[in-house]
Structures are given as structure tokens and as C-alpha cells.
Design a protein around this ligand. Structure first.
Ligand code: NAI
Ligand code: HPV
Length: 528
């Protein structure tokens, strides 16, 4: 089947060559559509690749019933309604490492241009003005650069600034004093950075907490004559407050690659000679564009091939080594969920997942997602996936509890899943046996040993002579061949369980006959 990929922002042709080479992929590039046109035309597409310009709103996502993956050929996903995508089970991937260098280099270029007024001098000369006095700058050597957000790009900027013999003070909620010392920079809180810096550069994402992070109050705390750089996202600096701060001479200059509204032509900041601007070109290099497109293309191909994507935004990201260790448990996890929902007759209030033994050394969240997916899938349909399973459970008021314990419970690894409803608790446990694969080893408090695959019958009965024979006769009458069979009981003559694997799907009429047998209390037929 053809996998249709729509690309709506300019992208490197070399970068998408992995996609072009795939026979399954059909690519449409359309960079001129407005939102309405995008909404009308997105219906058939399986994947969408964008940069920062296309606004992938909830409305757009709702017009895309076939959309499975959105690739952001870059870092910031503030132009994508990730929550709406997650609800629909659409995976969002980006290219977090591919344009770091270009963005850091652009930041340094802006810092140099700002400190030496290069764009202003250039413009004047183009107007035939030779004015050397007007364009006196300041050195950056021995000046303090304040970095807000010391992630990938912030850290690269710090190294480069140190190379220029600047003193660097940085604030990031995840930065420790020790890490800062190792990097040879000063560790500070936000106020330290604001108070100490001669130049301030921001490298955070645009989120609720960073919107207008540099506002009127922040400007008040800065040195008079401070210069600002924003090569991250428009909106981190409050543009009106910046305008006022420049007029009042608190801020001597600003270099902006990004603005709150893009493209921008009419903002009053454009009229200030202290402001230098570029049209969001921090990642616009041949190398970065090729790299972002390659990374996103590979993730789309991973997705098509049923492999885990490398750079998910709305799921935990797993590196290859972590993935290699946890992947063998994926099938077992999902099947435990699928199995348990057959036994659960009432509305689920809580799912308790307990991991025992060696498995707890692995990243467990992908397993919890798969178990939840397995449970929800039966009633919510195939649109439930690893991306939206937890969100869908949460929206239905289902609490999910995860427990971990080193205690081995008789197996080197054991995953036990329990559903709680108003009518009681149901549980199943499974293990991954070395060389033998996944097994269901416990159903409620009964011990069993069944491969979670194919057609399974679970029969609750009273432990009496003849029950098994009568059950066997009914299956034989309907030409149902029993492949394996397990029996366990609480006490002699007490409650017992039979678990059979059979070679075909059990039809309703067989079920009715089984349920009518004396001493059989419940029968569940399960297709995994
Ligand atoms: N102008 C352009 O063309 C480009 C812009 N960008 C933008 O640069 C930004 C940073 O990108 P990366 O470094 O790759 O991301 P990153 O995720 O590696 O780093 C962001 C850092 O900001 C920190 N942070 C979050 N909230 C903060 C707060 N309130 N105060 C201080 N620090 C905070 C985080 O802890 C993290 O370390 C993103 O917004 C991205 O969209 C990225 C590439 C190109
Ligand atoms: O990667 C990012 O976050 C960027 O801002 C780059 O944006 P672009 O892909 O060049 O539109």
C-alpha cells in the first residue's frame, strides 16, 4: 500500500532522498497552501512534514483522518498542536540534533553583528553614507554573556562564547552547579543572569512558562545598556516591553531572528535602528536543512516499517540500546492487556501494573503504554496506539498505577496487570522465558502456562469429576481441536480454572452450550 507524505514547507531535496527511494512512499510537496487549502487537501495523507511556517492546528488535524505521523524538520513544535495530535494517536517526531550547530552559529553571528553594528553600517554605506563615528561598537571579549536555556543550542553558544573569551553565566532549570563548573561557566538563577550580563541570549522553547519571560520586570533588573539576542522563538521576549526598553535606553540593542508573528513586516521594532533582524534563518544552512530532512525521513521510514521512531515528541524517546533491551517485552505487554480486557466485565476504574524482577531495570513507560493500549483497544478500536493510550485512559477517568519490585516471584521477570471495577478485581501475569518467548503464567490467583497467541478459552468451574470430559465432548461435536490445556484449582472440589488453546475461533453457539453445563460458571473466549 502506498504511504502518502505531504510536505508543506520548503525542504532539502537531498534530505528527503531516503523517502524518495522507498517504493511504498508517494511524496507531494505543496508549499503555497494556506490553512484552508491545507484542511481541504490533507484528507488522504498518512504523513505530514513541516518546518516552522505551517500551522498544524487542531482544525487541520481534525481534517486528517488518515494522518499517522507528523514530522517537524527542525526542533520547535510550537506550530503543531501536539495535544490534538496525541489525542488522535498521531505521532509527532522532530529533528532535535540536526540544526543545533547552525542555530548556535547564527546566534554568534547575531552577537557579533549586534556588538559591531554591522547591519546598520552596511545599510548606511549602501545609502552612500561613510560615517565611521556613528558605528562605534563594543568588544565582546571580557564581557558577560547571559544564557537563558542551556540545552543543545545554549550549550553550543556557551562553548563558542568562551572561545571568544567572554565570561558566561547561564540559567536553566536542569543545570547544576557541578555541570556549570565542568563547562567552565558560571551557574546562576534567572535574576543572576539578568543582573550580571552585558549580552543576554535566550535558548528555551516557547511554552507557557517562557512566554514573555523577558518582560518589563525582567528589563528592570538588567544592566543599563544590555543587548539582547533571540534566535529561539518569538514570544520569549515581550516585544512591546522591548520597544519601550530601547526607547528608554535601558536596552542598547537587540538582534532578533524570530518574532511573535511571522512573517512580520509592520512591527514598530522594525523602525528602531538599535534592532537588527533576520527572517527566522537560524536553521537555514545547507547542512542543517539536509540533516533535519534526513532525520525526519528516517523516522517516517521507521514508522512505515513498524519500528520505533528515534525522535518522538509525544512519547518517551528511547535510544537504540534502551530500545534493544525493552523491545522483547512489547508483545507480551500488549497481549497481557488484550487478554485481561476479555476477563473484565465492568467499567474499569483503575489499572495496576506491577513489574517484578529483571524487567524493572528497563525503561518501563513503553510497556505501560502497550499494556494500556491492549486493554483499551477492544472497546475503543484500532485508533488506540502507544501515542494516545495513556491520554485516552486519563480522559475516561481510568487511574493507572505502576509498581516496581526486585522480588522475582518465581520468574526472572514478571509483569502483572490488574483491572479494578465496581464488581471486583481481575488480573493476569506474564513472563518472557529465555529462549521460549512470552507466557501467561497466572490468571487471577491460578497458575497457568500459555503462550499469549491465537484462540484461548478460559473456563471457571467447580472442581468435579466429569466437567473436563463434558466440555471436551462439546468442543469435539463442533469440530474444535484442543491444542493445549491447563487446569488449576484453589482446593479439592473448590473453584477451578481451565485454560485451553484451540485451533479456531469459538462461535457463540459453542459458548452457549459450554455455559449451560453443570458446574461451569463462566466461559471467556479470547482471540489474541
Ligand atoms: N531560529 C531558529 O531557526 C532555530 C530556533 N530553535 C529554537 O531554539 C530553542 C532551543 O532549542 P534546543 O537548544 O535544541 O532545545 P533544548 O531542548 O535542547 O534546550 C532548551 C533548554 O531550555 C531550558 N528551559 C526550559 N524552560 C526554561 C526556562 N523557563 N528558563 C530557562 N531555561 C529553560 C530547558 O531546560 C532546556 O535545557 C527552541 O525553541 C527551538 O525551537 C532551534 C533551532 C533553530
Ligand atoms: O528548528 C527550529 O525550531 C527552528 O526554528 C527552525 O525553523 P525552520 O525549520 O527553519 O522553519
Amino acid at each position: 500500500m502506498t504511504f502518502k507524505v505531504l510536505i508543506t514547507d520548503p525542504i532539502s531535496e537531498e534530505g528527503i532522498s531516503p523517502l524518495r527511494q522507498s517504493k511504498e512512499v508517494h511524496i507531494v510537496i505543496q508549499t503555497n497552501w494556506n490553512t484552508e487549502e491545507l484542511k481541504q487537501n490533507i484528507i488522504d495523507f498518512d504523513a505530514l512534514i513541516v518546518r516552522s511556517q505551517t500551522q498544524v492546528t487542531r482544525e487541520v488535524i481534525e481534517c486528517a483522518p488518515n494522518l499517522k505521523i507528523i514530522g517537524r524538520a527542525g526542533v520547535g513544535v510550537d506550530n503543531i498542536d501536539v495535544e490534538a495530535a496525541t489525542e488522535k494517536g498521531i505521532i509527532v517526531v522532530n529533528a532535535p540534533n540536526a540544526n543545533t550547530n547552525s542555530a548556535a552559529e547564527h546566534t554568534m553571528a547575531m552577537l557579533m553583528a549586534l556588538s559591531r553594528k554591522i547591519p546598520q553600517a552596511y545599510l548606511a554605506l549602501k545609502e552612500k553614507q561613510w560615517d565611521r563615528k556613528k558605528y562605534v561598537g563594543v568588544e565582546i571579549k571580557n564581557k558577560t554573556l547571559g544564557i537563558i536555556g542551556l540545552g543543545r543550542i545554549g550549550a553550543e553558544v556557551a562553548y563558542r562564547a568562551k572561545g571568544q573569551r567572554m565570561h558566561v553565566v547561564a540559567y536553566d532549570p536542569f543545570l547544576t552547579k557541578e555541570q556549570a563548573e565542568k563547562m567552565g561557566i558560571e551557574y546562576g538563577n534567572l535574576d543572576d543572569v539578568l543582573r550580571k550580563a552585558d549580552f543576554i541570549t535566550v535558548h528555551t522553547p516557547l511554552v507557557k512558562e517562557t512566554k514573555h519571560l523577558l518582560n518589563h520586570d525582567a528589563f528592570e533588573k538588567m544592566k543599563t545598556g544590555v543587548q539582547l539576542i533571540n534566535c529561539a522563538r518569538g514570544g520569549i521576549i515581550d516585544e512591546d516591553a522591548l520597544y519601550e526598553a530601547i526607547l528608554s535606553k535601558k536596552v542598547a540593542g537587540a538582534a532578533l531572528d524570530v518574532m511573535e508573528e511571522e512573517p512580520f513586516y509592520h512591527h514598530r521594532l522594525l523602525d528602531l535602528p538599535e534592532v537588527i533582524l533576520t527572517p527566522h534563518i537560524g536553521a537555514s544552512t545547507v547542512e542543517a536543512q539536509e540533516n533535519v530532512a534526513i532525520d525526519v525521513s528516517h523516522d517516517i521510514l521507521h514508522f512505515i516499517n513498524g519500528e520505533s521512531v528515534r525522535n518522538p515528541v509525544n512519547m518517551p524517546s528511547l535510544n537504540n540500546e534502551i530500545l534493544r533491551k525493552v523491545e522483547p517485552f512489547f508483545y507480551l505487554a500488549e497481549k497481557l492487556g488484550e487478554f485481561l480486557i476479555y476477563l473484565t466485565d465492568d467499567v474499569i476504574e483503575e489499572i495496576v501494573i506491577s513489574y517484578h524482577g529483571d524487567v524493572i531495570e528497563h525503561e518501563l513507560s513503553p510497556l505501560t503504554r502497550r499494556i494500556t493500549k491492549g486493554i483499551l483497544k477492544r472497546h475503543l478500536g484500532t485508533h488506540v496506539n502507544e501515542v494516545n493510550a495513556l491520554l485516552l485512559a486519563d480522559k475516561r477517568g481510568i487511574r493507572i498505577q505502576e509498581n516496581k519490585s526486585y522480588t522475582k516471584q518465581g520468574f526472572s521477570n514478571l509483569i502483572s496487570v490488574q483491572t479494578s471495577t465496581k464488581s471486583g478485581v481481575k488480573s493476569v501475569a506474564g513472563t518472557l522465558l529465555d529462549g521460549l518467548g512470552p507466557r501467561i503464567v497466572k490468571v487471577d490467583h491460578y497458575r497457568v502456562d500459555v503462550t499469549p497467541k491465537g484462540h484461548i478459552i478460559v473456563i471457571q468451574h467447580t472442581d468435579q469429576p466429569g466437567v473436563i470430559g463434558r466440555m471436551g465432548s462439546i468442543l469435539a461435536k463442533h469440530d474444535v481441536n484442543i491444542a493445549t490445556m491447563q487446569v488449576d484449582r484453589a482446593d479439592i472440589g473448590g473453584e477451578a480454572i481451565m485454560m485451553l488453546t484451540v485451533d479456531k475461533h469459538i462461535e457463540g453457539k459453542v459458548l452457549i452450550e459450554l455455559l449451560a453445563l453443570n458446574d461451569i460458571h463462566d466461559v471467556k473466549t479470547i482471540d489474541l
